[in-house]
Design a protein around this ligand. Structure first.
Ligand code: UDP
Ligand code: MG
Length: 313
Protein backbone atom coordinates (compact mmCIF):
# COMPACT_ATOMS: atom_id res chain seq x y z
CA UNK A 1 0.00 0.00 0.00
CA UNK A 2 1.10 3.55 -0.77
CA UNK A 3 0.39 6.43 1.64
CA UNK A 4 0.51 9.98 0.36
CA UNK A 5 0.89 12.68 3.01
CA UNK A 6 -0.42 16.07 1.96
CA UNK A 7 0.13 19.09 4.23
CA UNK A 8 -2.58 21.67 3.50
CA UNK A 9 -2.69 25.24 4.67
CA UNK A 10 -5.47 27.28 3.07
CA UNK A 11 -5.54 25.12 -0.04
CA UNK A 12 -9.25 25.16 -0.91
CA UNK A 13 -8.55 26.27 -4.49
CA UNK A 14 -5.82 23.76 -5.23
CA UNK A 15 -7.13 20.73 -3.31
CA UNK A 16 -9.91 19.59 -5.69
CA UNK A 17 -7.49 19.69 -8.63
CA UNK A 18 -4.83 17.86 -6.64
CA UNK A 19 -7.28 15.23 -5.43
CA UNK A 20 -8.53 14.49 -8.93
CA UNK A 21 -5.09 14.18 -10.46
CA UNK A 22 -3.46 12.16 -7.71
CA UNK A 23 -6.44 9.79 -7.39
CA UNK A 24 -6.26 9.05 -11.11
CA UNK A 25 -2.56 8.19 -10.89
CA UNK A 26 -2.84 6.12 -7.70
CA UNK A 27 -5.99 4.31 -8.88
CA UNK A 28 -4.04 2.99 -11.86
CA UNK A 29 -1.31 1.51 -9.66
CA UNK A 30 -1.44 -2.07 -8.40
CA UNK A 31 -1.98 -2.29 -4.64
CA UNK A 32 -4.02 -0.04 -2.42
CA UNK A 33 -3.43 3.55 -1.45
CA UNK A 34 -4.43 6.13 1.13
CA UNK A 35 -4.44 9.91 0.87
CA UNK A 36 -3.55 11.37 4.23
CA UNK A 37 -4.36 15.07 4.28
CA UNK A 38 -3.11 17.16 7.18
CA UNK A 39 -5.04 20.38 7.64
CA UNK A 40 -2.51 22.72 9.19
CA UNK A 41 -4.92 25.16 10.85
CA UNK A 42 -6.39 26.55 7.62
CA UNK A 43 -8.73 29.49 7.96
CA UNK A 44 -10.54 28.87 4.65
CA UNK A 45 -12.79 26.00 3.57
CA UNK A 46 -10.02 23.37 3.47
CA UNK A 47 -11.39 21.36 6.40
CA UNK A 48 -14.96 21.29 5.02
CA UNK A 49 -13.58 20.09 1.73
CA UNK A 50 -11.60 17.33 3.43
CA UNK A 51 -14.64 16.19 5.41
CA UNK A 52 -16.62 15.97 2.19
CA UNK A 53 -13.89 14.10 0.33
CA UNK A 54 -13.54 11.67 3.22
CA UNK A 55 -17.25 10.93 3.09
CA UNK A 56 -17.22 10.28 -0.63
CA UNK A 57 -13.95 8.38 -0.88
CA UNK A 58 -12.69 5.79 1.58
CA UNK A 59 -9.11 6.37 0.47
CA UNK A 60 -9.21 9.84 2.03
CA UNK A 61 -8.01 10.26 5.60
CA UNK A 62 -7.46 13.55 7.32
CA UNK A 63 -5.92 15.02 10.43
CA UNK A 64 -6.82 18.54 11.41
CA UNK A 65 -4.61 20.68 13.67
CA UNK A 66 -5.92 23.00 16.35
CA UNK A 67 -3.92 25.84 14.78
CA UNK A 68 -1.18 26.43 12.21
CA UNK A 69 1.82 24.40 13.37
CA UNK A 70 3.80 24.67 10.12
CA UNK A 71 4.52 22.31 7.27
CA UNK A 72 7.19 20.41 9.17
CA UNK A 73 4.77 19.47 11.97
CA UNK A 74 2.16 18.54 9.36
CA UNK A 75 4.60 16.18 7.66
CA UNK A 76 5.54 14.65 11.02
CA UNK A 77 1.89 14.05 11.84
CA UNK A 78 1.55 12.36 8.46
CA UNK A 79 4.55 10.10 9.04
CA UNK A 80 3.23 9.11 12.48
CA UNK A 81 -0.13 8.08 11.08
CA UNK A 82 0.68 6.70 7.62
CA UNK A 83 0.13 2.95 7.39
CA UNK A 84 1.49 2.29 3.90
CA UNK A 85 4.51 0.17 3.01
CA UNK A 86 5.56 3.09 0.86
CA UNK A 87 5.05 6.65 2.02
CA UNK A 88 5.38 9.92 0.10
CA UNK A 89 4.95 13.59 0.99
CA UNK A 90 3.40 15.85 -1.64
CA UNK A 91 2.42 19.52 -1.74
CA UNK A 92 -1.24 20.22 -2.35
CA UNK A 93 -0.56 22.72 -5.14
CA UNK A 94 0.47 20.13 -7.79
CA UNK A 95 4.03 21.46 -7.81
CA UNK A 96 5.01 17.88 -7.11
CA UNK A 97 3.78 16.09 -10.26
CA UNK A 98 1.78 12.95 -9.35
CA UNK A 99 2.86 11.53 -12.72
CA UNK A 100 6.28 10.82 -11.15
CA UNK A 101 4.79 8.43 -8.59
CA UNK A 102 4.68 5.29 -10.79
CA UNK A 103 8.34 5.81 -11.73
CA UNK A 104 9.30 6.30 -8.09
CA UNK A 105 7.43 3.18 -7.09
CA UNK A 106 9.09 1.15 -9.85
CA UNK A 107 12.52 2.32 -8.67
CA UNK A 108 11.78 1.29 -5.08
CA UNK A 109 10.38 -2.06 -6.11
CA UNK A 110 13.43 -2.77 -8.24
CA UNK A 111 15.22 -3.00 -4.89
CA UNK A 112 17.98 -0.56 -5.83
CA UNK A 113 16.80 2.17 -3.47
CA UNK A 114 15.06 2.71 -0.14
CA UNK A 115 13.87 6.17 -1.06
CA UNK A 116 13.45 8.12 -4.27
CA UNK A 117 13.46 11.92 -4.15
CA UNK A 118 12.25 14.24 -6.87
CA UNK A 119 14.78 16.86 -7.81
CA UNK A 120 13.98 20.09 -9.62
CA UNK A 121 16.33 20.80 -12.49
CA UNK A 122 15.30 24.46 -12.70
CA UNK A 123 13.47 27.11 -10.72
CA UNK A 124 11.30 28.46 -13.48
CA UNK A 125 8.59 30.85 -12.31
CA UNK A 126 10.28 31.69 -9.03
CA UNK A 127 11.33 35.24 -8.13
CA UNK A 128 15.03 35.67 -9.05
CA UNK A 129 15.96 36.92 -5.56
CA UNK A 130 14.35 33.88 -3.99
CA UNK A 131 16.07 31.49 -6.43
CA UNK A 132 19.41 33.10 -5.80
CA UNK A 133 19.01 33.05 -2.01
CA UNK A 134 17.84 29.42 -2.07
CA UNK A 135 20.80 28.31 -4.18
CA UNK A 136 23.28 30.04 -1.88
CA UNK A 137 21.59 28.53 1.14
CA UNK A 138 21.78 24.97 -0.19
CA UNK A 139 25.41 25.47 -1.20
CA UNK A 140 26.25 26.79 2.26
CA UNK A 141 24.42 24.15 4.24
CA UNK A 142 25.77 21.37 2.05
CA UNK A 143 29.33 22.53 2.82
CA UNK A 144 29.00 23.13 6.55
CA UNK A 145 26.49 20.55 7.67
CA UNK A 146 26.89 16.92 8.61
CA UNK A 147 24.39 15.75 5.99
CA UNK A 148 24.28 15.88 2.20
CA UNK A 149 21.79 18.39 0.86
CA UNK A 150 21.63 18.85 -2.87
CA UNK A 151 20.12 21.98 -4.43
CA UNK A 152 16.75 21.33 -6.01
CA UNK A 153 15.82 18.34 -3.88
CA UNK A 154 12.28 18.84 -2.62
CA UNK A 155 10.30 17.25 0.18
CA UNK A 156 8.63 15.14 -2.51
CA UNK A 157 9.97 11.64 -2.07
CA UNK A 158 8.68 8.10 -1.82
CA UNK A 159 10.16 6.05 1.01
CA UNK A 160 10.07 2.50 2.22
CA UNK A 161 8.63 1.70 5.62
CA UNK A 162 12.08 1.24 7.21
CA UNK A 163 12.96 4.85 6.45
CA UNK A 164 9.59 6.16 7.63
CA UNK A 165 10.07 4.41 10.97
CA UNK A 166 13.49 6.03 11.31
CA UNK A 167 12.00 9.46 10.62
CA UNK A 168 9.21 8.97 13.15
CA UNK A 169 11.86 8.01 15.71
CA UNK A 170 13.62 11.34 15.14
CA UNK A 171 11.15 13.35 17.15
CA UNK A 172 12.95 16.68 17.52
CA UNK A 173 10.70 19.75 17.77
CA UNK A 174 12.38 22.13 15.37
CA UNK A 175 12.26 20.00 12.29
CA UNK A 176 14.13 20.44 9.04
CA UNK A 177 13.00 17.50 6.95
CA UNK A 178 15.54 17.75 4.17
CA UNK A 179 18.25 17.40 6.80
CA UNK A 180 16.35 14.66 8.60
CA UNK A 181 15.97 12.62 5.38
CA UNK A 182 19.69 12.96 4.73
CA UNK A 183 20.64 12.16 8.31
CA UNK A 184 18.50 9.01 8.36
CA UNK A 185 20.63 7.68 5.50
CA UNK A 186 19.41 4.73 3.37
CA UNK A 187 19.99 4.39 -0.36
CA UNK A 188 18.40 7.38 -2.06
CA UNK A 189 17.81 7.78 -5.77
CA UNK A 190 17.03 11.09 -7.47
CA UNK A 191 14.46 11.67 -10.14
CA UNK A 192 14.91 14.92 -12.07
CA UNK A 193 11.89 16.94 -13.14
CA UNK A 194 11.17 20.40 -14.49
CA UNK A 195 9.74 22.90 -12.04
CA UNK A 196 5.98 23.29 -12.18
CA UNK A 197 4.16 26.39 -11.00
CA UNK A 198 1.42 26.30 -8.37
CA UNK A 199 -1.99 25.48 -9.97
CA UNK A 200 -4.10 27.69 -7.73
CA UNK A 201 -3.88 29.78 -4.58
CA UNK A 202 -0.71 31.51 -3.42
CA UNK A 203 2.51 30.43 -1.77
CA UNK A 204 2.30 30.03 1.99
CA UNK A 205 5.93 30.97 2.59
CA UNK A 206 6.88 34.57 3.13
CA UNK A 207 10.46 35.66 2.67
CA UNK A 208 10.92 35.83 6.45
CA UNK A 209 9.43 32.41 6.99
CA UNK A 210 11.98 31.11 4.48
CA UNK A 211 14.82 32.92 6.28
CA UNK A 212 13.72 31.35 9.54
CA UNK A 213 13.60 27.95 7.82
CA UNK A 214 17.14 28.46 6.49
CA UNK A 215 18.48 29.37 9.94
CA UNK A 216 16.70 26.36 11.46
CA UNK A 217 18.27 24.15 8.85
CA UNK A 218 21.77 25.38 9.60
CA UNK A 219 21.46 25.40 13.38
CA UNK A 220 19.85 21.94 13.42
CA UNK A 221 22.43 20.26 11.24
CA UNK A 222 25.68 22.13 11.68
CA UNK A 223 27.99 23.28 14.44
CA UNK A 224 29.94 25.44 12.00
CA UNK A 225 28.52 28.77 13.26
CA UNK A 226 29.74 27.96 16.79
CA UNK A 227 33.13 27.06 15.40
CA UNK A 228 33.20 30.32 13.48
CA UNK A 229 32.44 32.21 16.68
CA UNK A 230 35.25 30.46 18.55
CA UNK A 231 37.78 30.96 15.76
CA UNK A 232 37.01 34.63 15.27
CA UNK A 233 37.36 35.11 19.05
CA UNK A 234 40.73 33.38 18.98
CA UNK A 235 41.89 35.40 15.99
CA UNK A 236 40.88 38.66 17.66
CA UNK A 237 42.65 37.66 20.86
CA UNK A 238 45.82 37.08 18.89
CA UNK A 239 45.48 40.44 17.13
CA UNK A 240 44.92 42.11 20.51
CA UNK A 241 48.09 40.55 21.95
CA UNK A 242 50.16 41.77 19.02
CA UNK A 243 48.67 45.25 19.36
CA UNK A 244 49.32 45.37 23.11
CA UNK A 245 52.97 44.44 22.65
CA UNK A 246 53.32 47.03 19.91
CA UNK A 247 51.70 49.78 21.98
CA UNK A 248 53.72 48.99 25.10
CA UNK A 249 57.00 49.00 23.21
CA UNK A 250 56.11 52.25 21.50
CA UNK A 251 55.13 53.84 24.80
CA UNK A 252 58.35 52.74 26.52
CA UNK A 253 60.61 53.82 23.67
CA UNK A 254 58.96 57.04 22.55
CA UNK A 255 56.51 58.09 25.28
CA UNK A 256 54.59 60.76 23.40
CA UNK A 257 51.25 62.56 23.47
CA UNK A 258 47.87 60.84 23.26
CA UNK A 259 47.11 59.71 19.75
CA UNK A 260 45.09 56.87 18.25
CA UNK A 261 41.60 57.83 19.35
CA UNK A 262 40.14 56.73 16.00
CA UNK A 263 41.88 53.37 16.12
CA UNK A 264 40.63 52.86 19.66
CA UNK A 265 37.02 53.59 18.83
CA UNK A 266 37.16 51.40 15.71
CA UNK A 267 38.51 48.51 17.77
CA UNK A 268 35.85 48.93 20.45
CA UNK A 269 33.02 49.04 17.95
CA UNK A 270 34.37 46.10 15.97
CA UNK A 271 34.93 43.87 18.97
CA UNK A 272 31.57 44.87 20.46
CA UNK A 273 29.81 43.92 17.22
CA UNK A 274 31.63 40.64 16.96
CA UNK A 275 30.78 39.74 20.53
CA UNK A 276 27.12 40.43 19.94
CA UNK A 277 27.19 38.32 16.78
CA UNK A 278 28.75 35.41 18.66
CA UNK A 279 26.26 35.79 21.49
CA UNK A 280 23.47 35.75 18.92
CA UNK A 281 24.81 32.56 17.35
CA UNK A 282 24.98 30.89 20.73
CA UNK A 283 21.53 32.22 21.50
CA UNK A 284 20.17 30.32 18.49
CA UNK A 285 21.50 27.04 19.82
CA UNK A 286 20.37 27.78 23.37
CA UNK A 287 16.88 28.62 22.15
CA UNK A 288 16.79 25.21 20.47
CA UNK A 289 17.88 23.48 23.67
CA UNK A 290 15.17 25.40 25.51
CA UNK A 291 12.45 24.35 23.06
CA UNK A 292 13.55 20.73 23.09
CA UNK A 293 13.72 20.47 26.87
CA UNK A 294 10.22 21.84 27.26
CA UNK A 295 9.14 18.79 25.33
CA UNK A 296 5.94 20.34 24.07
CA UNK A 297 3.89 18.30 21.61
CA UNK A 298 4.61 18.58 17.89
CA UNK A 299 0.96 19.17 17.15
CA UNK A 300 -2.51 19.06 18.63
CA UNK A 301 -5.39 17.53 16.70
CA UNK A 302 -8.83 19.06 16.74
CA UNK A 303 -10.42 16.53 14.43
CA UNK A 304 -9.63 13.40 12.43
CA UNK A 305 -11.28 10.40 10.77
CA UNK A 306 -8.40 8.06 11.61
CA UNK A 307 -9.13 5.52 14.35
CA UNK A 308 -6.45 5.50 17.00
CA UNK A 309 -4.70 8.70 15.94
CA UNK A 310 -3.09 10.25 19.00
CA UNK A 311 -4.85 13.59 19.68
CA UNK A 312 -1.71 15.18 21.08
CA UNK A 313 1.76 14.15 19.95
N1 UDP B 1 1.96 24.32 4.13
C1 UDP B 1 1.52 23.91 5.40
N2 UDP B 1 1.69 24.75 6.47
C2 UDP B 1 2.29 25.98 6.36
C3 UDP B 1 2.75 26.37 5.07
C4 UDP B 1 2.57 25.52 4.00
O1 UDP B 1 0.98 22.82 5.54
O2 UDP B 1 2.40 26.68 7.36
C5 UDP B 1 1.76 23.41 2.96
C6 UDP B 1 1.00 24.03 1.80
O3 UDP B 1 -0.38 23.92 1.96
C7 UDP B 1 1.52 23.23 0.63
C8 UDP B 1 2.94 22.91 1.03
O4 UDP B 1 3.02 23.09 2.44
O5 UDP B 1 0.81 22.02 0.43
C9 UDP B 1 3.96 23.78 0.33
O6 UDP B 1 3.62 25.14 0.48
P1 UDP B 1 3.72 26.20 -0.69
O7 UDP B 1 3.28 25.58 -1.97
O8 UDP B 1 3.00 27.42 -0.27
O9 UDP B 1 5.29 26.44 -0.70
P2 UDP B 1 6.20 26.75 -1.98
O10 UDP B 1 5.90 25.70 -3.00
O11 UDP B 1 5.83 28.11 -2.42
O12 UDP B 1 7.60 26.63 -1.44
MG1 MG C 1 4.14 25.20 -3.69
Amino acid sequence: MVSIIVPCYNEQEALPLFYREVSAVLGALPGGYELLFVNDGSSDGTLDLLRRLAQEDEHVLYLSFSRNFGKESAMYAGFCNARGDYVAVMDADLQHPPALLPQMLALLESGAYDSVAARRTDRKGEAPVRSWASRRFYQLIDTISEVDLADGVTDFRLMKRCMVDAIVAMDERDRFSKGIFGWAGFRTGFLPYENVERVAGTTKWSFWKLCRYAIDGIVNFSQAPLLLASWSGLLLLFAALVTIVFLLVRKLLFGGPVTGWTALVCAVIFVGGLQLLCLGIMGQYIAKICRETKGRPHYILSETNIDGAEPVK
